[in-house]
Write a protein that binds this ligand. Structure first.
Ligand SMILES: C=CC1=C(C)c2cc3[nH]c(cc4nc(cc5[nH]c(cc1n2)c(C)c5CCC(=O)O)C(CCC(=O)O)=C4C)c(C)c3C=C
Ligand SMILES: [Fe+2]
Length: 514
């Protein structure tokens, strides 16, 4: 088989990435930008607020100098004069002095730690308006609906978590990453505290923020632990942060900046390439193995209707890893597919399961799965890839299977995250508290709200990507009347679940879900 991107026939829908184009906006200039873009090229064209692809020229770096008289350490950004921005307030070019207390807030999803946590964890997930976005009129149903769906899904999810030891390893791994990042920052002379804020389980983002306030942090770098930005992950966490910040006098005055995505950083790309290179060597004939990038999916509407940059960022990320491998003379065939869809709405294609079957049919004998959207082991690597997809691959005629581990605490990766934090420090901007508009929109100079506004400005409702819609949320039902009718049915079902009375109980169906 010829090396290069494999075009799976499973990927032939219009929405697929089968031709693997570079998004037109991702120029080679931006691809070699060493600094995480604060706004994606798409964001740039939409907002016109920042007039470049890369906020920090490659020559830009920090130097430390000690004030001989006071022996106070100062951090000076060098070469910031070369920055071009129409929003000059966005960049704090002043020195960071000892009185500043730097904090780094790692944002992550969170996962149930025990089987009893599964249903409440799912409730939190489905209660998130960035996961199920209801029409404005029906927003009051968000929580009852989340309760209903979480109760329905819990048994299936519990099975999955039971098979990986009774809970998610996410908290432990994220805590380890936070500690390693802290050590790395200190080793680079940046005495920062690192906090973990989870979106759907402990330690919740609110808990992390309380600690940040107690510790008197004055400059905060917000770092979502997702390499690529999605409205459903980093976007959701940022939206939560926005609401916490807006209502709090301390936080409104705290300077912060966000690193929205960092998949293009050299340290991350090289770390991924190292892991792939190492795993390939475990095969008898490494050059024959297809490198199979499997990313967590999102519903297609997120990309096509809400402008989620996730797909474009994912494709560029794969390209960069492949380029790095090619530099090492590793020219295996490769492909990208999307896993973990829930519900009947269309998700990003090609789907991982379809693609595996397709590759088997095409005679591929060796496959190396590379989870690419998340940097910790979790249920979808440990169960979905290691068990379900492996089984499917073997059934499909693929004889040799391997899987690249998640990055976890890989030293080069952690060190690169520390560099990303340090490089972002000059962009930590103050909120103009006196400026009512700024206060309302919580846009301290190119941060949380600016990102949200850019990617998802209209906040349109999206089809709910959840199982409960399977028996009714079809394309033809996508009218207001249809939605209203379905919601009415849901309310009836909800009443039935909560009161224990109704037609499903009469027919003996509903107790199955308890
Ligand atoms: C980049 C990563 C992720 C994206 C994008 C994402 C979108 C997304 N997820 C759901 C629904 C569920 N996700 C669940 C678990 C889960 N999701 C991610 C990552 C992304 N999700 C991770 C890392 C995990 C696992 C955490 C762990 O405990 O190990 C679950 C629960 C598990 C299950 O029942 O399958 C659900 C449900 C949607 C609907 C969505 C986009 C809209
Ligand atoms: Fe998910």
């Amino acid at each position: 088989m010829r090396s290069g991107r494999i075009q799976s026939s499973a990927s032939c829908s219009a929405s697929s990435s089968s031709t693997f184009p570079h998004p037109p906006c991702l120029s080679s200039a931006s691809r070699h930008c060493k600094f995480p873009r604060l706004l994606s090229p798409r964001a740039l064209s939409l907002s016109q607020r920042v007039s470049r692809n890369c906020l920090v020229p490659e020559t830009s770096q920090f130097s430390f100098s000690k004030q001989s008289s006071t022996n106070k350490k100062r951090l000076f950004p060098v070469n910031v004069g070369a920055l071009v921005t129409s929003n000059t307030e966005a960049i704090s070019t002043g020195p960071l002095v000892d009185e500043e207390k730097i904090g780094v807030l790692l944002l992550n999803l969170g996962g149930p730690e025990t089987l009893d946590d599964v249903q409440p964890f799912l409730f939190n997930l489905f209660a998130d308006p960035d996961i199920i976005r209801l029409p404005r009129l029906f927003r009051f149903l968000q929580k009852p609906l989340a309760q209903f769906i979480s109760v329905l899904r819990a048994p299936k999810s519990k099975e999955g978590y039971a098979s990986i030891g009774g809970g998610s390893p996410l908290r432990r791994i994220t805590d380890d990453q936070a500690e390693e990042l802290r050590k790395s920052l200190w080793a680079k002379d940046v005495p920062a505290k690192v906090y973990v804020g989870m979106r759907y389980w402990h330690p919740f983002t609110e808990e992390a923020i309380e600690q940040i306030k107690k510790d008197g942090i004055t400059k905060l770098v917000v770092l979502p632990l997702y390499p690529q930005f999605s409205i459903s992950t980093s976007g959701s966490s940022l939206r939560l942060l926005e609401s916490i910040f807006r209502d709090d006098e301390y936080l409104v005055n705290m300077q912060h900046t966000v690193i929205p995505s960092w998949y293009q950083r050299e340290g991350y790309i090289k770390s991924m390439a190292n892991l792939i290179e190492k795993e390939l060597q475990k095969f008898d004939r490494p050059e024959k193995v297809v490198i199979f990038f499997s990313a967590h999916g999102v519903p297609l509407a997120y990309v096509e209707e809400a402008g989620d940059p996730y797909k474009a960022e994912m494709e560029e990320c794969v390209d960069l890893i492949i380029e790095e491998l090619e530099k090492r003379k590793i020219t295996n065939a490769y492909t990208l597919a999307y896993q973990s869809r829930v519900g009947p709405v269309e998700w990003l294609k090609p789907y991982t399961d379809d693609t595996i079957v397709d590759l088997g049919r095409k005679g591929v004998k060796g496959l190396l799965a590379v989870p690419i959207s998340f940097v910790s082991e979790h249920i979808e690597t440990l169960e979905e890839i290691d068990v379900e997809y492996k089984e499917l691959a073997l059934e499909s005629g693929i004889q040799n299977w391997g899987r690249v581990p998640a990055l976890g605490c890989e030293p080069m990766f952690i060190s690169d995250l520390a560099d990303a934090v340090i490089e972002s420090l000059p962009y930590v901007g103050a909120m103009a508290v006196s400026n009512l508009e700024a206060r309302q929109s919580l846009v301290p100079l190119g941060s949380v709200e600016e990102l949200l506004a850019t990617y998802d400005s209209q906040r349109r409702e999206l089809p709910a990507p959840v199982t409960v819609w399977e028996w009714g949320w079809t394309k033809s039902a996508e009218t207001w009347n249809g939605r209203a009718a379905m919601l009415a049915v849901l309310v009836l079902l909800l009443l039935e679940v909560t009161t224990g009375e109704g037609f499903l109980h009469q027919w003996g169906i509903l107790p199955l879900f308890h």
